[in-house]
Design a protein around this ligand. Structure first.
Ligand code: KIV
Ligand code: ZN
Length: 385
């Protein structure tokens, strides 16, 4: 039986931390409404203690968006938590996401503390937050590099204190997929009260493994994924929403479903890229300009015969009208014939061979061949026929 996978979007919190991506409140509301239409379940709207502007944005988003749970981040500090709760006062359903570093690095060199004191702070923070909002999520920062037994102990105590979701961030993007999946499995098997909480993944992409790690987490029992649209986020970014959602949709053997309206993926991706001034790399999975473009002759011929030969996703499923057959010097006759057909011309045999010869000579001099080039090429052949 397929289980619900909760999609927690942090485009407006972890994503917006990227230098040059800052949005004002009006722009954040546009993004929040686009995310609501996309069908995310939890919207992390900001880190309210960080600035008055961020506080105001979380509050205005809470008024403007009604379906998703609105989440605000805080450190395990009472003042932070109180401010986060205040920013959520208009939310239909509010969640505080509080937490603390649990790895040796964080405990020793960032917090200059010890395991027991950190555990105490974590429990205190969750109890404090629990009195202020409906839902509390606990993040165990740098869990990917933490001592597993200690992490399990922390989770057991914060769940007792009232955390309904426990987030296992691979903060530095260090884990390998098998390792991250094993960590989730270990927690499922060793935290005695884990069935009272949902395990969440939160992966960073420093080694390009964020999506793989997230999926491995899901395959081992996580039921919430923390993601951003286009994978934006600190350094190399966060897990891409679109990659995880489509991987799950393509792989029915992963026993979960999401409520994302995948037909809105492309449009949402473009809104966010434009507002955040963050271009999308052309070969980005799912939403890149070339994600559904075919340029080599062998692939073009295959895809024109039967789309599934070279495409695992129907572009319409993610809101892209159709795949494109790009004409370059690597294209074959099938692609040329296809484009001539779109212009209303049909050529076969020797005639097509001749046009193809001239097409290749032209294509060797240009990056790609457009409609205008084809029409002028055709002109010569029609005049000569
Ligand atoms: O990467 C991380 O650890 C975070 C936490 C604050 C959830 O973003
Ligand atoms: Zn993060």
């Amino acid at each position: 039986m397929s289980e619900k996978l909760w999609v927690f979007d942090t485009t407006l919190r972890d994503g917006e931390q990227v230098p040059g991506c800052q949005l004002d409140t009006r722009e954040k509301i546009i993004v929040a409404q686009a995310l609501e239409a996309l069908g995310i379940d939890i919207l992390e709207a900001g880190f309210p203690i960080s600035s008055p502007g961020d506080f105001n944005s979380v509050m205005e988003i809470s008024k403007a968006v009604s379906r998703p749970t609105i989440c605000a981040l805080s450190r395990a500090v009472e003042k932070d938590i109180q401010v986060a709760a205040d920013s959520l006062r208009y939310a239909k359903k509010g969640r505080i996401h509080t937490g603390i570093g649990v790895s040796g690095y964080h405990i020793q060199y960032k917090l200059r503390s010890n395991q027991e004191a950190v555990l105490e702070r974590a429990v205190k923070a969750v109890k404090f937050a629990k009195n202020l909002v409906e839902e509390v999520e606990f993040y165990a920062e740098d869990a990917g590099r933490a001592d597993k037994e200690y992490l399990a102990r922390v989770l057991e105590e914060v769940i007792k204190a009232g955390a309904k979701v426990v987030n296992i961030p691979d903060t530095t993007g260090y884990c390998l997929p098998e390792e991250y999946g094993a960590l989730i499995r270990f927690l499922k098997e060793n935290v005695s009260n884990i069935d009272q909480a949902i395990i969440s993944t939160h992966c960073h992409n420093d080694l390009g493994l964020a999506t793989a790690n997230t999926l491995s987490g899901v395959q081992n029992g996580a039921r919430q994924v923390e993601v951003t649209v286009n994978g934006i986020g600190e350094r190399a970014g966060n897990t891409s929403l679109e990659e995880v959602v489509m991987a799950i949709k393509c792989h029915k053997e992963i026993p979960v479903y999401t409520d994302i309206n995948t037909r809105k993926i492309y449009e949402t991706s473009r809104i966010i890229s434009k507002l955040m001034n963050m271009p999308i790399q052309p070969n980005k999975a799912i939403v890149g300009r070339n994600a559904f473009a075919h340029s080599s002759g062998i692939h073009q011929d295959g895809v024109l015969k039967f789309r599934e030969n070279y495409e695992i996703i129907d572009p319409k499923e993610v809101g892209v009208e159709e795949s494109s057959i790009v004409l370059t010097a690597r294209s074959g006759r099938a692609a040329l014939k296809h484009h001539l057909g779109l212009l209303g011309y049909s050529f076969e045999g020797e005639k097509l061979d001749k046009i193809y010869e001239d097409f290749l000579s032209l294509a060797d001099t240009k990056r790609d061949i457009g409609r205008k080039d084809l029409l002028s090429l055709l002109g010569e052949h029609i005049d000569n026929s």
